[in-house]
Design a protein around this ligand. Sequence first.
Ligand SMILES: C[S@@+](CC[C@H](N)C(=O)[O-])C[C@H]1O[C@@H](n2cnc3c(N)ncnc32)[C@H](O)[C@@H]1O
Length: 267
Amino acid sequence: MMEKAEIIKRKEALIAKYGPWTGHNIRLADDLYTISPQLSGDEIKLRRIRQIVADLSPKPVDQLRVLDLACLEGLYACEFARLGATAVGIEGREANIAKAHFAQEVLGLSNLSFHQDDVRNLSRAKYGEFDVVLCLGILYHLDAPDVFLFLEKIAEVCRGIVIIDTHIALKKRKTVRYQEKDYQGKSFREHSFWSSLAERQKALWASLDNPRSFWPTLPALLSFLTGIGFTSTYECLSPPEPNKPRDRITLVAVGTEPAPKERTLAL
Ligand SMILES: C[S@@+](CC[C@H](N)C(=O)[O-])C[C@H]1O[C@@H](n2cnc3c(N)ncnc32)[C@H](O)[C@@H]1O
């Protein structure tokens, strides 16, 4: 176990190098947090995600392999590792992954690994299969066709459920074609077209490089999820996340066996 004075020293060194933590408030020791002892918005989101996994995941938490995509400073991956799951976090930015590694070390979580990688490189060959895939706050940072390719890769690695916390387009402003089908949605500005790659790297919550992202409408997203093998998708309304904007939702997609197509009693 790391001494409290050592944790504080290492935390300050990370802040000096990369700036303060921007989102994930992680308890490092009794009254010592990455951000502050005050309740944060992520605490509420984390409770929702934990509840979904407890209610819908196929196995007890300590038997799960959990993948946290675009894990930022590692809160969700650390939490599931703390609960006994084998967790893997993937994050594209050095500043974020360095903080995630620090939290892992302080908490002594050996059943957790963090990888600095582009989530678009996800594959079963590289990372294996997972019972729970956390796709939180990342889908809406990808442009077409990457957003579709990324969802296909999630389907490839997911043998249980995927939780998708994402913005959606409430109005049809743009149509994109992927594999001979049209998907409605809207374009969202991530970075100025004229910004350098270095400037884009500094925006710690944004896309890694693409200046625009594509947000599908809910019907377009649901139709795509069905097309890649998720047999049913649910929206989580409770536990509540009171400050979530109207265009941001939490979906849970499950991919099991398609229900048999024979006649039902109702036909
Ligand atoms: C809005 S934050 C969401 C973080 C976290 N998943 C959560 O829900 O709190 C978006 C994160 O995605 C990361 N990111 C964006 N594009 C990425 C990519 N192509 N590959 C890996 N990480 C990416 C950013 O660096 C940032 O940490």
